[in-house]
Design a protein around this ligand. Structure first.
Ligand SMILES: Nc1nc2c(ncn2[C@@H]2O[C@H](COP(=O)(O)OP(=O)(O)OP(=O)(O)O)[C@@H](O)[C@H]2O)c(=O)[nH]1
Ligand SMILES: [Mg+2]
Length: 299
């Protein structure tokens, strides 16, 4: 008889609450991109954590927000589907934001599932203890007995995360492992590399621009102990294209340097990276931009 346990854990929360940061902290490795801008994660990103006989498959999801267009809707429904298919749910909230409209929306959905749910109040490094205690009391008022347990964590500082992992471990069902022992993620390499570049674009660009950006890996070639990678950065309009390029190409150059550095660490080989900026006005309505990252395109 096997003692193996294995299950799926959905990380659910408002955009910017720190879900991707938490995933990377749990894995002690960067798998999911993060940024201080909203709507960074666009699809489900799996991170695999093994502890003894237990395999925990954490699913980072797009943040919950009020979706408008087709692409937004596909992102949010991908988060809800992760929640529905999981063996345990971690609901992450930002301690500095408290109880918001999104909190109420998520609580309403959580009430419809039977899965064990814990609440992780994140970014506790940014708030006073008094206000935290009040927040917990308020939450217990609005959602009595919904949460199996409440944790106070700082995903960024890796504070309180160990106890959270123990909670998850305890909730995993008996099952053979789904992934090999040394796998950290099932993210295809081409997508992983595109995400790295998207993160760097976010770092270097003005607030509203990220929304209009998509990155695709066009080719990956390994030769003479080095990788040659070609990628396209898509944007909605010519104006945004010039912003991404910067004066004399200064911005795209910085994006390339930073992305290449991270790719080199991931691949452990020299990397030659070629970035092209392209305008595709309606990429948020184009099926391949959904399916490439595993989102459902609905007509
Ligand atoms: N001070 C502090 N900042 C944090 C903490 N956790 C996350 N952050 C920051 O919060 C911002 C958002 O983090 P992400 O991990 O990208 O948030 P997310 O929930 O994945 O966001 P979406 O993908 O847009 O839904 C980043 O700037 C993080 O560095 C924390 O514990 N403390
Ligand atoms: Mg994220």
């Amino acid at each position: 008889m096997t003692n193996k346990k294995c299950g799926f854990v959905a990380l659910i929360g408002a955009t910017n609450s720190g879900k991707s940061t938490l995933l990377n902290t749990i894995l002690l490795s960067k798998v999911s991109i993060t940024s201080h801008k909203v709507q960074t994660t666009r699809n489900q990103i799996k991170g695999i954590k093994n502890d003894g006989d237990t395999q925990m498959i954490f699913i980072d999801t797009p943040g919950i927000f009020n979706p408008k267009g087709k692409f937004d809707k596909a992102m949010v429904s991908s988060a809800w589907s992760a929640m529905n298919d999981s063996d345990a749910v971690i609901f992450l909230i930002d301690a500095t934001k408290g109880i918001t409209k999104t909190f109420d929306n998520i609580v309403a959905k959580l009430k419809t599932i039977d899965t064990p749910i814990c609440l992780a109040i994140n970014k506790v490094d940014l708030v006073q203890k008094d206000s935290l205690l009040k927040l917990v009391a308020d939450i217990e008022n609005v959602a009595p007995s919904l949460f199996n347990q409440i944790f106070m964590i700082s995903a960024y500082l890796n504070d309180g995360v160990k106890d959270l992992i123990e909670w998850v471990k305890d909730k995993m069902p008996k099952s053979p492992w789904f992934f090999e022992k040394n796998m950290k993620t099932d993210l295809p390499l081409s997508l992983h590399l595109a995400e790295i570049t998207r993160e760097k674009v976010y770092q270097f660009l003005h607030q509203e621009l990220p929304y209009s950006i998509a990155v695709k890996t066009d080719s990956i070639e390994e030769k003479n102990n080095a990788f040659t990678i070609h990628q396209s950065i898509y944007t909605n309009c010519e104006n945004h294209k010039s912003i991404i390029l910067g004066n004399n190409g200064s911005k795209i150059k910085m994006i390339g340097i930073k992305a290449r550095e991270e790719m080199k660490n991931l691949l452990n080989k020299k990397v030659n990276l070629f970035l092209m900026v392209k305008v595709k006005e309606n990429w948020r309505e184009t099926p391949e931009f959904f399916t490439d990252i595993g989102l459902d395109f609905k007509k």
